[in-house]
Ligand binder design. Structure first.
Ligand SMILES: NC(=O)c1ccc[n+]([C@@H]2O[C@H](COP(=O)([O-])OP(=O)(O)OC[C@H]3O[C@@H](n4cnc5c(N)ncnc54)[C@H](OP(=O)(O)O)[C@@H]3O)[C@@H](O)[C@H]2O)c1
Length: 319
């Protein structure tokens, strides 16, 4: 898989990243640790070398699973982890990073991201200058190789950039939710900041596997995702019907088509979550699909059937 530079850093990342929010028994997804380890290893074997995690995913369990899957190939993978909104004070950032290093069984994290802006989830307000000071210190010490932010809007990203180099933004971004294009994306393009899109399959909706009337298990948080409800869901089905012939022309799945469209957007890489090895393998193949300019424009228009009717992030509850 051809890698690209992360921001202006000397790190190179794959266009499809492996998302590990779902990894392991600590999460609601009901996946056994051994299966998550196999899934992450399958992603690596399929060419995905950049792995996204966070201290809050299973309270460090996701990071431990990544270490179990990939420690023997550490020099061939890039780890991206995150510090949560309740750990943004100087000392807490340093401690959180040390915990993540221990969980990941490594002495450096390639990309360390602020997961949510201070104040999110009722966390204490911490000036961004203080958090950036800690991140710059960690970078100086070689514990992290680059700094990123997630769920920041343009104003927050601009402010954080005053205190140090930001190499990536991780926003929710898919064919069905494109708010970042109007907000922070132009700033990222001007300033050479990579976009690492999360929920790129709209939590699985873009795979086309959910039929009308689908009922989620009550423990599945997607039951609260507005894209899976009412008119949004109906519009999504209309859009998916229009995408099917394009996918058929490329002999690919709808998931691959949605990811291929996304990674063709400026400076954009996609963090695809996968519960099973087959899903990770399927997603990795999206990197080989070449869409023409006409097809990109056609897919763009189809996506608007859904996204233009949404006025807030449908997957807001997510981590
Ligand atoms: N920064 C943040 O605040 C934030 C927030 C959310 C996520 N993330 C990151 O982004 C990653 C991805 O986001 P996400 O998990 O929310 O959404 P996603 O990647 O859009 O969807 C992932 C889900 O789609 C289904 N799926 C994936 N590939 C498939 C395939 N090839 N065929 C069929 N089904 C497939 C799986 O669910 P089922 O098997 O259950 O159907 C999987 O759990 C996370 O793992 C995490 O690393 C970050």
């Amino acid at each position: 898989m051809e890698k690209s530079r992360l921001g202006t850093s000397d790190i190179h990342i794959t266009p499809i990243l492996m998302g590990t929010w779902q990894a392991g028994e600590a999460m609601w997804t009901g996946i056994e640790d051994a299966d998550s380890i196999k899934t992450i290893r399958a992603a690596f074997d399929a060419g995905i070398t950049t792995i996204d995690t966070a201290e809050i995913y299973g309270e460090g369990h996701s990071e431990q699973i990544i270490a179990a899957a990939l420690s023997d190939v550490r020099d061939r993978v890039e780890y991206a982890s995150k510090v949560f909104a309740n750990h943004l004070k100087y000392d807490l950032v340093i401690e959180a990073c040390d915990r993540s290093l221990k969980n990941l069984k490594t002495d450096y994290i390639d990309l360390y991201q602020i997961h949510w802006p201070s104040g999110s989830f009722n966390s204490e307000i911490v000036p961004i200058e203080e958090t950036m000071k800690a991140l710059n210190k960690l970078k100086e010490q070689g514990k992290i190789r680059s700094i990123g932010v997630s769920n920041f809007n343009r104003a927050q990203l601009t402010e954080a950039s005053q205190y140090g180099r930001i190499d990536s933004l991780q926003p929710p971004y898919s064919l069905f939710w494109r708010h970042v294009e109007k907000d922070a994306m132009p700033y990222c393009i001007e300033n050479n900041i990579s976009i690492l899109a999360y929920s790129p399959l709209a939590q699985g909706l873009l795979t086309g596997k959910f039929e009308p009337g689908h009922k989620f298990d009550p423990t599945d948080n997607r039951a609260k995702n507005k894209l899976f409800q009412g008119e949004n869901f109906e519009r999504a089905q209309q859009a998916l019907e229009k995408l099917r012939p394009i996918a058929a022309r490329h002999n690919c799945s709808l998931a691959q088509l949605a990811l291929a469209w996304l990674i063709a957007q400026p400076q954009t890489n996609a963090i695809a979550g996968a519960r099973y090895a087959e899903q990770a393998q399927d997603n990795a193949k999206a990197a080989n699909i070449q869409l023409s300019q006409d097809e990109l424009a056609e897919i763009d228009t189809i996506g608007r059937i859904v996204t233009d009717h949404l006025d807030e992030n449908p997957v807001m509850w997510n981590w």
